[in-house]
Design a protein around this ligand. Structure first.
Ligand code: 13P
Length: 334
């Protein structure tokens, strides 16, 4: 696999006015989302829900790629077309979540390290054959009184770098996701400091592991006050802080940065992205890779009538994609 091909995929992922839809919830996570709206967590319901999302008419107007979970990459539409084939035929790049989730970091209460490196080379080789062209690995950085520790940040950066190098070896673009978690009462300055240290460590590790930045995408969390911080701040402040943090840590050779929504409201996730693009020009395209902020409204509608509301739910997915696609250009109007 040539660097040129990886770079081409990476650039296509952040094509102007387009972003990623994250639908890579593990079976345990989708169980929670389904339980929230009263849907039974069966394999057929998971398949039908992912079909709803992936067959949204004209989705590729605003969506360049979708991140799937292992089970979904092996599933097909009701008509029997493998999802990856359907996506490729409709201009959507198939992506795959390859980490095995966070596990407690021994000796560091409250901190976690993402697992999944063992056997990863063989899994990536299979995912490529199944049609995936990019992969995602999420590290979780929690903020509390005495955390994160440097040890936790380094352990996660090291795992992200090893994963990214393996992805490039196997022809997949790594989407590296160090998520600084919003939960907590910390203020925006604390989030800034933690995000800065985390990104600095990550790009140091990527360099040490010879990861080619031209064939890598960063999935970043925004710089925000904790969800229970009494000092909430405005859209412009979040956008300015996030941009400042990224500019001081992320090399300009990176083809693009996409954001996770992380528990922000649909509207806030769109408004923050829009504001950052309005403050440009920036060194890289800034777009979205939202999960909840792309899906929540559609899932709620679908849960009320799995057959009757299908088209309405798809319309909602399209509208969320359109709003975020416009925000990726700084052209969204509330
Ligand atoms: P949210 O946008 O719901 O945070 O999900 C994005 C994601 O893929 C987290 O790994």
């Amino acid at each position: 696999m040539s660097i040129e091909q990886l770079a081409e995929t990476a650039l296509a992922m952040v094509a102007p006015g387009k972003g990623i839809i994250a639908i890579d919830e593990s079976t345990a996570t989708i169980a929670k989302r389904f339980a929230g709206v009263g849907i039974e967590n069966t394999e057929e319901n998971r398949r039908a829900y992912r079909e709803l999302l992936l067959t949204t008419p004209k989705l590729s107007d605003y969506i360049s790629g979708a991140i799937l979970y292992d089970e979904t990459l092996r599933q097909s539409t009701k008509a029997g077309v493998p999802f990856a084939k359907h996506m490729a035929e409709h201009g959507i790049i198939p992506g795959i979540k390859v980490d095995k989730g966070p596990a407690a970091l021994a000796g560091f209460p409250g901190e976690v390290v993402t697992e999944g490196l063992d056997g990863l080379r063989a899994r990536l080789e299979e995912y490529y054959k199944l049609g995936a062209r990019f992969a995602k690995w999420r590290a979780v950085i929690n903020i509390s009184e005495d955390i994160p520790s440097g040890t936790c940040i380094e352990a996660n950066s090291h795992a992200l770098a090893r994963y990214a190098a393996l992805c490039q070896e196997q022809g997949l673009v790594p989407m590296v996701e160090p998520e600084v978690i919003m939960d907590g009462s910390h203020d925006i300055d604390t989030c800034f400091e933690v995000t800065e240290v985390t990104l600095r460590s990550l790009f140091g590790s990527l360099y040490e592991h010879s990861v080619v930045l031209e064939g890598t995408i960063l999935k970043a969390s925004m710089v925000l006050p904790g969800s229970t911080c009494p000092d909430q701040v405005g859209v412009e402040e979040v956008a300015a802080a996030t941009l400042q943090c990224l500019k001081s840590t992320v090399p300009a050779t990176l083809p693009g940065i996409v954001f996770l929504s992380g528990g922000q409201s649909d509207e806030a996730a769109t408004a923050h992205l829009n504001a950052m693009n309005q403050m440009g020009p920036n060194p890289w395209p800034l777009s979205f890779s939202y999960g909840r902020a792309m899906q929540s409204a559609a899932l709620k509608l679908w849960s009320q009538d799995l057959v009757g509301n299908l088209a309405k739910a798809q319309q909602t997915v399209y509208e969320r994609a359109k709003a975020n696609g416009q925000a990726a250009l700084g052209e969204w109007k509330p």
